[in-house]
Structure formats: structure tokens, C-alpha cells
Design a protein around this ligand. Structure first.
Ligand code: FDA
Length: 392
């Protein structure tokens, strides 16, 4: 049996970072990982370059049943703190767009840095652990038993096993099952940052598979101006992934294909260029295949001079507010993250400790805090891991 001050389950972004921070404070950590190596999601993140934070990360960039929950942790460990760490390791980085910071080299550098941050004498990382049982004794000690009979014991346990997105990498609902075992509520999990699928009449848009365009996409109150991409199943691209986190079954997703156009742009164009057709005008703004598909659906392929202002205003309105009603998402297999998770109402926003179960903590994606696309989810992993480590 191995004794330590804390057992951290999961050596992903949050678990690795928390282990390093705690180890540096003199805490003896047993870090248990199911996979044969730590940080696998970090390695594939950001197209292999890891979008490790976002310059603008703040509470408004996260979804949670309690929008205030993330405030404390995010304020106490900021993007500037993580950038300082990355720079201390001499890792070159760049801002790609919208405050998103990526390694110039490889995501491997971030995993190596996180491992280096774990003092060897304090943090014992064990990979390939198949956890069979977790229990808490009368004395408040947690016992973790592996299927091969190995046992770890500690007065504190941190759940850092992430969410069920990308099951082919071994992701599962382990965190939720464990939380429920200890009587903690779980906010209904659902795939987020995920492509949406189209059915019904919208299925015709699948013909545009491969076509991308800058749009403004909206679901509920959330709106994002980024690129959208048509796929053979429906819609993807950053704008769609962003709104997917807010989308609920049955809701429409509204897309403006002319996000930068003036309100009366077609009526103005009729005055200035009456011989031009709607198709020509749309082709000036959009990829030809998309311009043609929209023109055909609007049924107004004539010279602008031959169209009434009323028809043109109707077309303007539709192009700025094209409604799709997705019939679903591509699910956990393609979801970059999982929304929902261990209910924030069960945890202290300062320490991530469960009020009902002293010594039990949850951090990272396992918790009902979900970031936007663009480095926000890693920032939450660092910040929640840091808040927890400070309390251990
Ligand atoms: P994470 O999933 O990183 O780690 C959980 C760990 O627990 C894993 O190592 C897992 O093997 C282990 N585990 C699971 N069950 C276990 C068990 N029963 N016993 C022991 N261990 C167990 N975010 C971002 O900010 N920028 C980006 O560039 C990207 N890019 C990106 C690309 C792709 C393809 C995906 C799928 C996701 C992203 N993300 C991202 C999201 C980001 O990867 C994610 O939010 C964080 O990794 C979450 O960190 P956690 O440590 O909470 O979970």
C-alpha cells in the first residue's frame, strides 16, 4: 500500500498541473493515470501545437449553471501567469487570432513542461492504472484500489479525469460516476464544441461540403463572428463549434452570411448597379458554390433593377438571418469538450473541495465549467488545478 498526502486521478491538463503546483508546496502526490502516458489530449490539442491559453480569458467565456463559479480560480491564476511559466521554459509561442496562444513548436513542449514542474521527490506518477474501486473510510482516508491489486491511500482525493469527449482516446464518464458515488450532483453532460448535423430540407446544404465562409452564427443569446464550414453531415468550423455549446435540441441556429453588409446593401446596390444580379453580388462576398446555392434558394436570380425593394429587403433579411434547425450533433466522438459535469453547487469555488465530502476535490473538464473554443478550456484546467493545489 502506498501512502501520500493526496491522490490525483487523471494526469491530463488539470491533474498534471495540480500535481506540480502541490508538489512544489511540499505535498506528497500520487498521480494515477489510466493511459500508458500522461497528457494525451494536450498532445493532440490545437492541431498538435496546443492552444494553451487565451489572452482574454475571463468568466464571460465559460458556460456553467453558475456563471460566477469560475471567477475566483480564474482571477487567481491568469493567462499571464501561464505565459510566464511557458517563457521560463523557453517555449516559443505566437498569437494566432482572437487572443489564442499556440506553441511555435509542438504541444509536446507543454506536456514536458508540466512533467518537469512535478518535483520527482514529491510527485509519483503511475500510468496504466485501471482503477477498480475508490472508497473513503470512517477516518476520512481515501483508498484507491487498482484491478491488479495495488492500493493507494491518502487523506485527499482529486478527481481530474476529464469528460467523455473523444472516447476512442479512453475518455469516459468516470468522473461523474465517482462524484455520484460520493453523493455529488452532476449537471447533465452533453457534447460541446461539436459539429452540428442537418436533416430535413437543410440536408441539401450538405452539397456544399468543404465550403467555408466568414459568418456570424447565433444560438440562443450567444453569437460568434468566425468561419463556418459545410460538411457532408452538416455544419462545422469555429463559429458553429462555438454556438454548439449553447445550442439545445429543437433550437434554430441563425447564420448571417453577410456579417459585414450595411442594413440596406441590396437596395443600395440596385441604385448603384441595376444591371448586376444577386448571384454576382453574392459571389463578390462569398465562395461561388455558396453564393449560387443561396441565390437558387432565394429564387431571385435576376438583375437588381428588375427586383422590387420589397424583394431585396426580404433577401437581405434572409441572408442576415438564415435559419437552420440542426437535427443533432456529431456527439462525443467529435466533441472537443463536454459541457455540464460535476455540479458547481457541490464545490467550493475557492478550493474546488466538495462541501459534503471533506478531502474530495474536482478540477478541470470534469466540473460543470466549459470554455469557448480558443484556449479557454486549458486556462480553466490550469486555474482550477492551481486553486485546488493551494488548498491541499
Ligand atoms: P483531460 O482529458 O486532459 O485529462 C483527463 C485524464 O484523466 C486523461 O489523461 C485520462 O486518460 C485520465 N483518465 C480518464 N479516466 C481515468 C480513470 N478512470 N483513471 C485514471 N485516469 C483516467 N482546449 C484548449 O484550451 N485549447 C486547445 O487547443 C484544445 N484543443 C483540443 C483538441 C481536441 C481534439 C480535443 C478533444 C480537446 C481540445 N481542447 C483544447 C480541450 C482540452 O483538451 C480539455 O478541455 C482539457 O484537456 C481538459 O483537461 P482535464 O485535465 O480536465 O482533462
Amino acid at each position: 500500500m502506498e501512502h501520500s498526502d493526496v491522490i490525483i486521478l487523471g494526469a491530463g491538463a488539470a491533474g498534471l498541473f495540480c500535481a506540480g503546483q502541490a508538489g512544489q508546496r511540499g505535498v506528497r502526490v500520487a498521480l494515477l493515470e489510466k493511459a500508458d502516458a500522461p497528457g494525451k489530449k494536450i498532445l493532440i490539442s490545437g492541431g498538435g501545437r496546443c492552444n494553451f491559453t487565451n489572452l482574454g480569458a475571463g468568466p464571460a467565456n465559460y458556460l456553467s449553471a453558475n456563471p460566477h463559479f469560475a471567477k475566483s480560480a480564474l482571477a487567481r491564476y491568469t493567462p499571464a501567469d501561464f505565459i510566464a511559466l511557458v517563457e521560463r521554459y523557453g517555449i516559443a509561442w505566437h498569437e494566432k487570432t482572437l487572443g489564442q496562444l499556440f506553441c511555435d513548436g509542438s504541444a509536446r513542449q507543454i506536456v514536458d513542461m508540466l512533467l518537469e514542474e512535478c518535483p520527482r521527490e514529491q510527485v509519483a506518477l503511475t500510468c496504466g492504472v485501471d482503477i477498480a474501486a475508490v472508497a473513503r473510510g470512517e477516518d476520512g482516508q481515501f483508498t484507491v484500489t487498482a484491478s491488479d491489486g495495488r492500493i493507494w491511500r491518502a487523506p485527499a482525493l482529486v478527481i481530474a479525469t476529464g469528460g467523455p469527449s473523444i472516447p476512442k482516446m479512453g475518455a469516459s464518464d468516470f468522473a461523474y460516476r465517482l462524484a455520484r458515488q460520493f453523493g455529488l450532483k452532476v449537471a447533465e453532460p452533453r457534447p460541446a464544441l461539436v459539429p452540428l448535423t442537418l436533416g430535413g430540407e437543410d440536408v441539401l446544404f450538405r452539397e456544399l461540403s468543404g465550403v467555408a465562409a466568414p459568418v456570424r452564427a447565433r444560438a440562443g443569446k450567444a453569437e460568434f463572428a468566425e468561419a463556418a464550414l459545410f460538411t457532408h453531415k452538416g455544419l462545422s468550423g469555429p463559429a458553429i463549434l462555438q454556438v454548439s455549446s449553447y445550442w439545445r435540441h429543437g433550437d434554430p441556429v441563425a447564420i448571417s452570411f453577410v456579417p459585414d453588409a450595411a442594413t440596406d446593401w441590396l437596395v443600395d446596390a440596385k441604385r448603384d448597379r441595376p444591371r448586376a444580379t444577386l448571384r454576382t453580388l453574392l459571389r463578390e462576398r462569398l465562395p461561388a458554390r455558396l453564393a449560387d446555392a443561396l441565390t437558387d434558394r432565394l429564387g431571385l436570380d435576376r438583375e437588381l433593377g428588375n427586383l422590387s425593394d420589397r424583394d431585396l429587403r426580404r433577401a437581405q433579411g434572409q441572408l442576415a438571418d438564415w435559419r437552420f434547425v440542426p437535427n443533432g450533433t456529431e456527439g462525443y466522438a467529435k466533441a472537443e469538450v463536454t459541457a455540464g459535469g460535476i455540479a458547481t453547487g457541490e464545490l467550493s469555488s475557492r478550493t474546488m473541495e466538495a462541501a459534503k465530502v471533506p478531502g474530495l476535490y474536482a478540477i478541470g473538464e470534469a466540473v460543470d465549467v466549459t470554455g469557448w473554443l480558443g484556449g479557454y478550456n486549458f486556462q480553466w484546467a490550469w486555474a482550477s488545478g492551481h486553486a485546488c493545489a493551494e488548498a491541499l
